[in-house]
Design a protein around this ligand. Structure first.
Ligand code: HMG
Length: 399
């Protein structure tokens, strides 16, 4: 039920806790630009990114997922989680769900459904919607959704500057402390060849400019539908979050609302909030399916002017392509659930790689011939209690 500027929603299911982890190495994009013979402003302004996280072999998507979720789960949460979803397009196994490794590392009960979801950068939104439906039909139980990815386009490719690595964990529950998610949303699926990664490749392929067109085109369609159905009155929208493969892409999405399409005051407000939503992502890079949720965390932790009751829109896009536009309302005590200091420390304490170290880390690979491999530990911080120790008998060994 919507009332006035601030919106009250009847169904109170949504995000109760949120946390993120990113590996402790990064590449400064000025170093990348210089090494590739590109004007640094192309990356800093044209693409809108400043750094990108780089994952060592021991921080694969399972380790990162567990590291993102570990600090936020209480004993009570662990008992009540009945659905565990890991959304990823950097899957480590064709058969066994990454969620089962994560269940083990997080010491969750066996009384849950553990699954992996894939649909490019849209996967975590599919996970969030499934989780909300699960909690609505199982009041009292909770769902853990973790988006975890390593974006890899290859050395010296146009996509290289848009790589990144990280995981965002979200606990979905009734009477959530952070964001109540509205049950009605708009979505569309359309088979496109804008971005894909065949089974034989560890690198993604992209038709870069075409992917931008599809991203924008699907946003415009969903936004127009939302207007027709009176779901997205800009006056009542305090922020609009975008999937952020790189910050300029989200900015291009938002700009489609400029030029008088919505009232100037609303456009200015949404633009100011957008700036706060890209603070973390500019330093982490594309984390694929977690990117829009990193944008949510960035907004909540960097914007002082948001208030409980504010309505936030989400434009989630996954290549291939599936897009969804949905909405949520900030809850009264959302600030108490945030840990700005921990996240700032996580970003600031990362180790800067030089180009040689970055290329070596990027090119390192796990064995594929059944031999044993022991990995060193790349992150000794409290932020990374979980790591991949090596490979034995074709199986990844976690600690
Ligand atoms: P490119 O061809 O190297 O870049 O690749 P460009 O030459 O088009 O330049 C980029 C921008 O920098 C342009 O601005 C230039 O004008 C500007 P724009 O026209 O875009 O506004 N520029 C400068 N600005 C300031 N100072 C300068 C300067 N020089 C140039 N000196 C591209 C860019 C994004 C295509 C490439 O990085 C790529 O292919 N990335 C991967 C694909 C991608 O991220 N697509 C986004 C939409 S699809 C999506 O979001 C889904 C995805 O996350 C995957 C999934 O769903 O799983 C990718």
């Amino acid at each position: 039920m919507m009332q006035g500027t601030n919106v009250t929603v009847n169904a109170t299911v949504g995000i109760d806790k949120i946390n993120f982890y990113t590996p402790n190495h990064y590449l400064d994009l000025v170093d990348l630009a210089q090494a590739r013979g590109v004007d640094p402003n192309k990356f800093l302004i044209g693409i809108g990114q400043s750094k990108m996280s780089v994952a060592a072999l021991d921080q694969d998507i399972v380790a990162m997922a567990a590291n993102a979720a570990e600090p936020m789960l209480s004993a009570d949460d662990r008992q009540k989680i009945g659905l565990l979803i890991v959304a990823t397009e950097s899957s480590i196994d064709q058969s066994k769900a990454a969620a089962l490794f994560v269940q083990d590392l997080l010491e969750l009960t066996g009384n849950l459904r553990a699954i992996e979801i894939k649909e490019a950068c849209y996967g975590a939104t599919a996970g969030i919607q499934l989780a909300c439906d699960y909690v609505r039909s199982h009041p009292g139980r909770k769902a853990l959704v973790i988006a975890s990815d390593i974006a890899r386009y290859g050395l010296d490719t146009p996509g290289e500057v848009t790589q990144g690595a990280g995981a965002v964990a979200m606990l979905v529950a009734s009477d959530p402390a952070i964001l109540a998610i509205e049950p009605e949303s708009l979505y569309e699926s359309r088979s496109t060849g804008d971005f894909w990664r065949p089974n034989y490749s560890t690198l993604a392929f992209a038709r870069g400019k075409f992917s931008e067109e599809v991203y924008i085109g699907m946003f415009e369609e969903l936004w127009a539908k939302a207007q027709d159905q009176e779901m997205a009155n800009p006056e009542h929208l305090q922020a609009l979050l975008f999937h952020i493969p790189f910050s300029k892409m989200g900015r291009k999405g938002l700009r489609t609302l400029g030029g008088g399409k919505i009232a100037e005051a609303d456009y200015v407000r949404l633009t100011e909030r957008f700036e706060q939503s890209i603070v973390y992502g500019k330093e982490v890079g594309n984390i694929y399916t977690g990117s829009i949720y990193l944008a949510l965390l960035s907004l909540l932790e960097n914007d002082e002017s948001l208030r409980a009751g504010d309505r936030i829109g989400f434009y989630s896009y996954g290549s291939g392509s599936v897009a969804e536009l949905y909405f949520g309302t900030l809850q009264p005590n959302y600030r108490q659930r945030l840990d700005v200091q921990a996240h700032r420390t996580l970003l600031d304490n990362r180790e800067r790689l030089d180009m040689r170290e970055y290329e070596a880390m990027f090119s390192a690979a796990l064995v594929t011939d059944g031999s044993e491999q022991d990995l060193g530990r790349s992150d000794h911080s409290v932020a990374a209690p979980h790591y991949l120790a090596g490979v034995k008998n074709h199986e990844r060994q976690y600690r």
